[in-house]
Design a protein around this ligand. Structure first.
Ligand SMILES: [Zn+2]
Length: 241
């Protein structure tokens, strides 16, 4: 059987002398496939076995084994390779996809969010922290761990002053209820800003760099608590900023 699918390459491992096994995120789920001879000099499909390749892949499937036989590039996101910060930012996106996606689990929204994030990371002015935060919030919602930053879920009041973040349900709450861990106002503002679509006309204004970085740190802890995934590229990204 032969089939065609759009896919983002998440990771590869070398196999045999000249082959690779690739992990692809497709709208139908995460799949593994062999790419034969792709490590030979001048291999035609070499581009399709590179990190962050977004392409239409043509695969064959025989007795449950898939092989990539053709690919046509949508985007290689070459801007990602211009510096180490962008590379780690991009790797933090693909590692989240790898952690959250499963085989035979429809992943269309995750794929779209990841491709948009890689595009934004490759073209951002300065460290692409907001692109990573936007992606992480979408990915968490996709995976069933949505983050909320509205009124306090415990007492229903508007949150002012000190905030708390509840690692159990991903919600910010007020200081009087004090459920979860303390979170700074800038962290809350950054998450609220991007959850509401990131319009620059938002009343609280564009969040600070510090607020976005703090939000990323908080969400890393939340991801580990909820999924047991240790996001190493995400940690490296925050460490080299
Ligand atoms: Zn409350």
């Amino acid at each position: 059987m032969e089939f065609k699918t759009d896919a983002l390459l998440l990771r590869t491992v070398n196999w045999g002398e000249y082959d690779k096994i690739v992990t692809l995120l497709t709208p139908q789920g995460k799949i593994g496939a062999a790419m034969k001879g792709v490590r030979r000099a001048g291999a035609k499909l070499n581009f399709a076995a590179q990190p962050f390749c977004f392409a239409e892949y043509v695969l064959t499937e025989r007795s449950g084994r898939r092989t990539v036989i053709e690919a046509s590039l949508h985007d290689g996101f070459y801007g990602l390779h211009s510096d180490l910060i962008r590379l780690y930012a991009a790797a933090s996106v693909t590692e989240v996809c790898d952690a959250f996606a499963l085989e035979e689990m429809p992943c269309g929204p995750l794929l779209v969010a990841a491709v948009e994030a890689l595009e934004a990371i490759g073209t951002a002015d300065g460290p692409p922290v907001s692109a990573v935060l936007v992606f992480l919030l979408k990915a968490l919602a996709f995976a069933g761990y949505p983050v909320s930053a509205g009124k306090c879920p415990h007492c229903g009041k508007e949150i002012a002053g000190k905030r708390y973040f509840d690692m159990e349900n991903g919600a910010f709450g007020c200081a009087a209820c004090a459920v979860g861990v303390p979170a700074s106002e800038v962290t809350y503002d950054a998450i609220r800003f991007y959850l509401s679509g990131g319009a620059e006309s938002a009343p609280q204004g564009v969040p600070s760099f510090d607020g976005i970085v703090r939000a990323l740190r908080l969400l890393r802890v939340y991801v580990r608590r909820q999924t047991d995934c240790d996001l190493r590229a995400g940690e490296e990204f925050l460490a080299i900023l």
